[in-house]
Design a protein around this ligand. Structure first.
Ligand SMILES: Nc1nc2c(c(=O)[nH]1)N[C@H]1C(S)=C(S)[C@@H](COP(=O)(O)OP(=O)(O)OC[C@H]3O[C@@H](n4cnc5c(=O)[nH]c(N)nc54)[C@H](O)[C@@H]3O)O[C@H]1N2
Ligand SMILES: Nc1nc2c(c(=O)[nH]1)N[C@H]1C(S)=C(S)[C@@H](COP(=O)(O)OP(=O)(O)OC[C@H]3O[C@@H](n4cnc5c(=O)[nH]c(N)nc54)[C@H](O)[C@@H]3O)O[C@H]1N2
Ligand SMILES: [Mo]
Length: 788
């Protein structure tokens, strides 16, 4: 934590906009936007240096709100420590390999303190509030009520949740599952916080029952990335780690709001900038991380209030324009190669890839006019970006939901890989694809078997080691589950964490689907909408949070998690549980499984006594988990081997495969806009901490839509005018949100944006990608009119 943090250490970069002064906190409760909205609308609006004192103030507010001022800091000092603490339950960005003592961030602290609240939701709470009454509460108020303390069952007579013992709760679940005509009438959802050991038991339960109905939040998140990387490289994960980030010459950061959603990436960006690396941000919105930052754990920087730039070039494609942009860069590199022998890595292409000629032809055939029109970026800027790419020996492309939640998400990620392959940016230090995963263990969930389309090899190994007869037929994903519940084909829904009712698309449709179930079971830490939108019978099963001590028969247990860069390490909670009635997630799964499979062969309770036993079984079933118990206890854990990193490609050809898909048409039809649904700074998916979005300059307002000023003018809409938003689905049906406030924003013509989960009302259930089955949450076709 030394180094000074001004800009003298390197020359002024090109292009990145000047940030504006940070706003003072405004306490008034009326909605506000930052200064640029009031001043020159053509300037870059609202930008504050990311992190720093504003972040510190924001954290303090949450600590005070949760009355965690004493425990909070103590817990935070234990977060992300090698082997001694718990893993941050926030995002999946890896821990700093240099073992920094404060490798934490503002939002990580918020997620932890939110879990550590002193407020409790026990039987008295449910006795005082009926489900109908609670349904009228805001989502903030529901979660803010505090931690759930004991199992509850819905009583239809009184419309209240009433207490139920754990054994009775498990019997209820077991009985309902056993009564089904087919195991495929049950579906088992996973939210990405679930640790690896619980994950393994959970999928084992589903498969021993006889179904692969294992939807997860990944179906709405990075499904496209996984499928694309698998098709191109043979394995569905990124190939780089933090050391590569530290060695690269050029970073291309696409479709991610890093300052809010992966804040620890800011450290990597600031370091890259100081060492002279190029940092290109590709996003229709110029987000805070695309300007400058105060490194989160850098107190020197905070004390001097100095910031470091985190960008050398910003490109603003239209929503969905990234594939065309990548195609343009590739086309430019290929044109350059006609005179510049070093533009392409011919040796790499010849030795390790297939499909190059077809791809080159496709690039040649895609005209510059089409590339400019579809990307929304001018040829000059594309050529400039291509030069950055050509001049870098080592490049990393990193991306998140701005790339994946599209109709053509798979093709776009494959186009990113095409570009990497052209210059051999794979299998060497400082180069490769680096998707930014979301939930802290969403990548681990998939690794440990949460997959509705498991491979035959995985099922064969599971069958052999666990002595079960797993089903071969693929199961239902998130959208498939919703549709099946609606039809009455799925009757039991189990939510292992998360908030399915709000996170999934088409809120009214999803709610109706949940209500048709015979039984809904939610394993949760806090009250949320999914507890109130329930089946004929419903259970709330409260579990330990990640910060809490997990005491089992053979001692205190730890669980493992896998980060975005395939590092697996242990997480140990040490706080006293929020209630003595809480069970761990593995124990809850074991309880349900034991009741559902009374004659099964799996020793559920024996596994839960000591999670080392679960890990020993996992070591036999999962690739890369050999010697799991020993390796996971190494100081920084271990990295799962990524074959593509070693230039071993598990593809049909045994090589990295170029793809040559045509460009999709993403230009909005006349009069319509492409709307992207995003997170604000102050939320964790469906959990809203406050109505502020600090880096975008928004105070006390969520019912807004960010619009281009020309689009506003064309519609006769001024700042803060209420507007009605209507989406048009693929099947021609319409959905509406009325009375949202229009906010002028630096976003390309034809594009608009607003907040999830509220805007899920606009996402039609049938509008999912034919490539990934992912709901099209970043490209909703809408019309916006002044409210009448
Ligand atoms: N604090 C906090 N951290 C989080 C989360 C949270 O809710 N709060 N959620 C976690 C989870 S589960 C996930 S998956 C990640 C999500 O992390 P992000 O992907 O950053 O999530 P979003 O807020 O949806 O932001 C999407 C970004 O993509 C941009 N974008 C939208 N459309 C396009 C497009 O067509 N092209 C390009 N290039 N960009 C586009 C938007 O402007 C925005 O910057 O964050 C994780 N971390
Ligand atoms: N329109 C739109 N919709 C989206 C997205 C989008 O960009 N746009 N993003 C999608 C993405 S990327 C994702 S990942 C999903 C997120 O979908 P989910 O993962 O389903 O939702 P979360 O909001 O993360 O879940 C919050 C709840 O998790 C519970 N919880 C918290 N900690 C724990 C724990 O340790 N254990 C257990 N058992 N429960 C816990 C709490 O009860 C809390 O209310 O949303 C998706 N929905
Ligand atoms: Mo996610």
């Amino acid at each position: 934590m030394t180094a000074s943090h001004d800009d003298q250490e390197r020359p002024e970069p090109r292009e990145a906009p000047e940030p504006q002064e940070a706003l003072e906190p405004q306490e008034a409760l009326e909605p506000r936007v930052g200064p640029a909205a009031e001043g020159d609308p053509s300037s870059h609006p609202y930008h504050h240096p990311a992190a720093g004192w504003g972040a510190a103030r924001s954290v303090a507010k949450v600590l005070v709100h949760e009355r965690a001022l004493v425990d909070g800091p103590r817990a935070i000092m234990r977060m992300n420590h090698e082997n001694r603490g718990f893993d941050c339950p926030g995002c999946a960005w890896p821990d700093d390999t240099k073992g920094l003592h404060l490798d934490i961030c503002e939002n990580g602290i918020k997620h932890v303190t939110w879990e550590m609240t002193h407020k409790r939701v026990g039987r008295e709470f449910f006795a005082a509030h009926s489900v109908t009454e609670l349904s009228g509460w805001s989502d903030f108020a529901l979660e803010d009520a505090g931690r759930l303390t004991e199992p509850m069952v819905y009583d239809p007579e009184s419309d209240h949740y009433v207490p139920i013992g754990w054994a009775d709760a498990f019997d209820l679940v077991g009985g309902a599952l056993r009564a089904l005509d087919s195991p495929h009438q049950a579906s088992f959802y996973t939210s990405g916080r679930l640790g690896n050991e619980a994950t393994f038991l959970y999928q084992l339960m589903a498969r021993e029952l006889g179904t692969n109905n294992l939807p997860d939040c990944s179906n709405m998140c990075h499904e496209a990335s996984g499928r694309a990387l698998r098709a191109s490289l043979g394995t569905g994960k990124g190939t780089v780690d933090l050391k590569d980030w530290e060695a690269t010459d050029a970073l291309f950061i696409m479709g991610v709001n890093a300052a809010s959603n992966a804040p620890r990436m800011l450290t990597a960006l600031a370091e890259a900038y100081r060492r002279g690396a190029q940092i290109v941000h590709i996003n229709p919105l110029v987000e805070a991380a695309a300007t400058r930052t105060i490194v989160p754990h850098d107190f020197t920087g905070m004390a001097l209030n100095k910031s470091t730039r985190t960008s050398t070039l910003n490109l603003q494609p239209r929503i969905g324009g990234d594939m065309a942009l990548m195609r343009g860069i590739a086309k430019a590199v290929l044109e350059q190669a006609e005179t510049d022998p070093k533009a392409l890595d011919r040796e790499f292409i010849d030795r390790h890839t297939t499909g190059f000629d077809e791809y080159r032809t496709r690039c040649q055939e895609t005209s510059w006019e089409e590339i400019e029109r579809q990307s929304g970026v001018g040829r000059d800027d594309i050529l400039k970006t291509a030069r950055v790419y050509r001049d870098a020996d080592r490049s990393i492309f990193s991306w998140c939901l701005g790339i994946s939640q599209h109709e053509h998400g798979v093709d776009t990620v494959r186009e990113i890989v095409n570009l990497l392959l052209l210059r051999g940016n794979l299998g060497r230090e400082g180069a490769g694809p680096s998707p930014v995963r979301g939930h802290s263990n969403v990548q681990g969930n998939r690794t440990c078997g949460i997959d509705h389309r498991p491979t035959e090899e995985f099922l064969a190994r599971l069958a052999e080691v666990c002595e079960i007869d797993p089903p071969a037929a693929h199961g239902l994903d998130t959208v498939g589950t919703i549709e099946a519940m609606h039809r009455g084909d799925v009757k039991v829904f189990v939510g292992m964490g998360g908030n399915f009712a709000l996170a999934a698309p088409d809120t009214p449709y999803t709610c109706a689907a949940l209500r048709k179930c015979e039984l809904t079971v939610q394993v949760s830490t806090k009250l949320n909408r999914s507890h109130l939108v329930h089946g004929s019978r419903a259970l709330i099963l409260p579990c330990l949070g990640r910060t809490e001590k997990d005491q089992q028969r053979r001692g205190v247990q730890s669980t493992s998690v896998e980060d975005s860069m395939s590092m697996v390490h242990l997480s140990v909670g040490m706080r006293r549980p929020a209630s003595r009635h809480l069970l761990s997630e593995p124990a809850i799964i074991a309880g349900m499984a034991g009741a559902a499979l009374p004659d099964g062969s799996t020793p559920w309770e024996w596994y839960v006594e000591d999670y080392d036993r679960i890990r020993d079984t996992m070591a036999q079933v999962l690739d890369g988990f050999e010697d799991f118990n020993r390796r996971v206890r190494l100081p920084l854990g271990f990295r799962i081997k990524q074959p593509a990193r070693e230039l071993v490609f598990l593809t049909p050809s045994g090589r990295a495969e170029f793809s040559a898909a045509p460009l999709p048409d993403v230009v909005p039809a006349p009069g319509t806009l492409a709307l992207s649904t995003l997170r604000s700074h102050d939320q964790w998916n469906t959990t809203i901490y406050s109505d502020n979005d600090r880096y975008r300059g928004i105070k006390n307002l969520r019912t807004l839509v960010f619009m281009n000023k020309d689009d506003m003018r064309e519609r006769g809409v001024s700042e803060f005018d209420p507007v009605d938003i209507t989406s048009t689905a693929k099947d021609g049906t319409h959905r509406h949100l009325d009375g949202y406030l229009a906010i002028p924003y630096d976003i390309p013509h034809g594009c608009a944006a607003g907040y999830m989960p509220e805007m899920n009302v606009l996402c039609a259930i049938g509008d999912y990608s034919t490539q990934s089955d992912q709901p099209l949450m970043k490209h909703v076709k809408v019309t916006i009119t002044r409210a009448g």
